[in-house]
Write a protein that binds this ligand. Sequence first.
Ligand code: BYC
Length: 328
Amino acid sequence: MYGGGTIFESKGYRDLSQEDPEKLEAFQARIDRGEKIEPTDWMPEMYRKQLIRMIEQHAHSEIIGALPEGTWITRAPGFRRKLAQMAKVQDEVGHAQLLYSAAETLGKSREEMINDLINGKSKYSNIFNYPAFTWADSNVISWLVDAGAIVNQMANAKGSYGPYCRALDRICAEESFHLKYGHDAVVHLATGSPVQRKMLQEALNRWWPPLMHFFGPSDKISVHTEQLMRWKVKMATNDDIRQQFLDMYVPKIWELGLTLPDPNLKKNPETGLWEMTEPDWEEFKRVINGDGPCNKERLAVRKAAEEKGAWVRRALLSPKAQYVQPLA
Ligand code: BYC
């Protein structure tokens, strides 16, 4: 449905009906008891493949996600903001390292994952295919995209696959710091001059629709949620996480006197749920399948980094590298 070769189209993997029913039952029982599954434990091939898909996409999102904020390091207003922006971007790349390592425990090498990213075979988060025109765009990412990521990751850190959960725990600790950094930067603009407030409001208007997409398609059309929740890879549905985010952050946005570009956004006092204009899922599909405003640029930057860094990898892997003596 979403194109780009979903996991169910590829050959050579056993589907659940081909697995040993007894092993499958015991596996599900472990998950139901809340046990963690570790890399050397038996697991159905679809569980393995789903985890590789999700963790790999998450890792790519961190590495590509470093780019929109990364472009603002050289133009950050002031030395302190520059230092903080640089540290934040570096953290995101570190998250990718943790996640690639977690995905590698499932049998796909880092080289394959990076190649699949560069060749457009693997997906990464929709949101990083939009441009960060102004410093305020970068601040909105640091605050609200990180906030959205935390809501998702705090839930899934309690999931079933040990290496992914442990990586998420570490990532969330750093993301909470990013969130504070982003909030501080947003408050600075919100309480600044009329020009700063206008710049912030315009950035918020730009990022809101992709942010609503960030949590994934609505539960009515999500493909993987049901099985992933049975396996406790996902601990909440896309709509649940979107609702939690709205609950936590819409009041904070309104508190700053900012508005959101959706006239239908309101909390229904009877259901306790946020109502909103249905996100444009056609745009979402286009963007995640390679046709967003910055997809080509993002992958080109990533590809250039890969090519420029080839000599470093060659040098490190060279047999001569092991003879290099550490400095006394
Ligand atoms: N973007 O069945 P569904 C960060 C795809 S980065 C792109 O609901 P699922 C940060 C989905 O892959 C943190 N594609 O899928 C970094 C599937 O396609 P395939 C990013 C999306 O997996 C730097 C199809 O749509 N967070 O914080 O059950 C700076 C059907 O969807 C998206 C993560 O990666 C999307 N937004 O649920 C600042 C969290 N949504 O694969 C910040 C980990 C859906 O069948 N991932 N698709 O071709 C997840 O939690 C889940 O994968 C999702 C989607 C909730 C995103």
